[in-house]
Design a protein around this ligand. Structure first.
Ligand SMILES: Cc1ncc(COP(=O)(O)O)c(C=O)c1O
Length: 365
């Protein structure tokens, strides 16, 4: 049967299905399709879980980034720092509001934004915001980034699309005082059954602005808004899944530890052990020393029925719509294409992990 990259069947187990269908039935019966009771409940509980004052649900993770940029005062022609390794949407949000992405280099071993590169870039360009990304679920060094940003008065927007459950120096991702965005795309650790996202903030003023923007400017007759409301059915799903997210993240961490033990003697880059306790383990990337080997391993694993993928094949600076932009990108371009993400979800068995590890070993031997 093979080993899949995600496992929706176990995630949506029978008890969950019954409970979620009951919620859907009530929503259909009452017609409360948008902004219902579960939107409010989820926002209150998720803000508390992540250590932030406000949570505002929006339609998806990309909107969460765009709205955060606009609420932070970023506009056409402004420069925004983005890490060289991330999902394309981080830069897309910058381009969609007419701003200019500036690449900040990453640590070759982790793919995380490099504070020293941020410092250099912030000295060379006037940045109107910086967007550290907790890529793969690994938390960025927010202490260092916040320090540099606050010295230069640069608003920080943390892209935590992949990091629900990870920890930064102040506690859960979202607790460091910055605007923090999440995606609840179906493959994320905390996932909707469709699209959804949210923004966390401690600022009453920013929360008010975001609330106005996400709903056509309602609440401020001078404001220009948009439609980025979150459907009530998605909020009902998310609210239910909150009950299981901590346990599921714990299971992911156990999988990550088993991978580490099984693979640590191989000539591949594994995420440093010091990160193991604080990642959300959204993805489990292993890093090869050259691109050909990485694509060879990917083909080998796929041929054996093991779901895997090569996040990220290209650095942002190598994406066709982004090649014209400046910044620092050496390590990001070196890292891109050399990673293979192994299956990662809470329901991988020891047998699955042993099979995957032995296929990685057999390819490398
Ligand atoms: C790092 C990162 N940022 C932003 C997004 C965009 O989220 P969405 O697909 O919900 O718009 C994603 C989604 O995959 C992501 O991984």
């Amino acid at each position: 049967m093979g080993i899949s990259f995600y496992d929706f069947k176990n995630l949506h187990h029978e008890t969950f299905r019954q409970r979620v269908l009951e919620r859907f039935k009530n929503i259909v019966d009452t017609g409360s399709f948008v902004e219902g009771e579960f939107n409010k409940k989820f926002e209150t509980e998720f803000a508390k879980l992540q250590g932030a004052k406000h949570c505002l649900l929006v339609a998806n993770g990309t909107d969460a980034l765009e709205i955060s940029l606009v609420a932070s005062g970023v506009g056409v022609g402004d420069r925004v720092g983005v890490p060289g390794i991330t999902f394309y949407a981080t830069a897309e949000a910058v381009l969609n509001i007419g701003a200019i992405p500036v690449f900040i280099d990453v640590d070759y071993n982790t793919g995380l934004i490099c504070p020293e590169s941020f410092k250099r870039v912030s000295e060379k360009y006037v940045l109107k915001a910086v967007m550290p990304v907790h890529i793969y679920g690994l938390p960025c060094d927010m202490e260092a980034i916040n320090k540099i940003a606050s010295d230069k008065k640069i608003p920080v927007i943390e892209d935590a699309a992949q990091a629900q459950g990870a920890l930064v120096h102040t506690g859960p991702v979202g607790s460091s005082g910055n605007l923090t965005t999440f995606s609840f795309y179906p493959t994320k650790n905390l996932s909707a059954m469709g699209d959804a996202g949210c923004i966390l903030t401690d600022s009453d003023e920013l929360a008010k602005k975001i609330d106005v923007i996400r709903n056509h400017g309602r609440g401020d007759e001078n404001a220009l808004g948009r439609n980025s409301r979150c459907d009530h059915m998605q909020a009902a799903v998310l609210h239910l899944k909150l009950e299981e997210i901590s346990h599921n993240n714990q299971l992911r961490e156990e999988v990550a530890e088993k991978y580490f033990e099984a693979l640590k003697d191989l000539p591949i880059g594994l995420l440093a052990k010091k990160y193991i306790r604080s990642s959300s383990w959204h993805l489990y990337p292993i890093q090869l020393d050259d691109k050909e080997k990485a694509s060879g391993l990917l083909i080998h694993l796929q041929a054996k029925g093991i779901g895997c993928t090569s996040f990220y094949e290209r650095a942002l600076s190598q994406e066709p719509p982004l090649v014209e932009y400046d910044g620092e990108k050496t390590e990001a371009e070196k890292r891109a294409g050399r990673t293979v993400c192994l299956p990662m979800h809470p329901f991988l068995t020891d047998d699955d992990i042993n099979t995957i590890a032995s296929e990685v070993k057999s390819f490398l031997s």
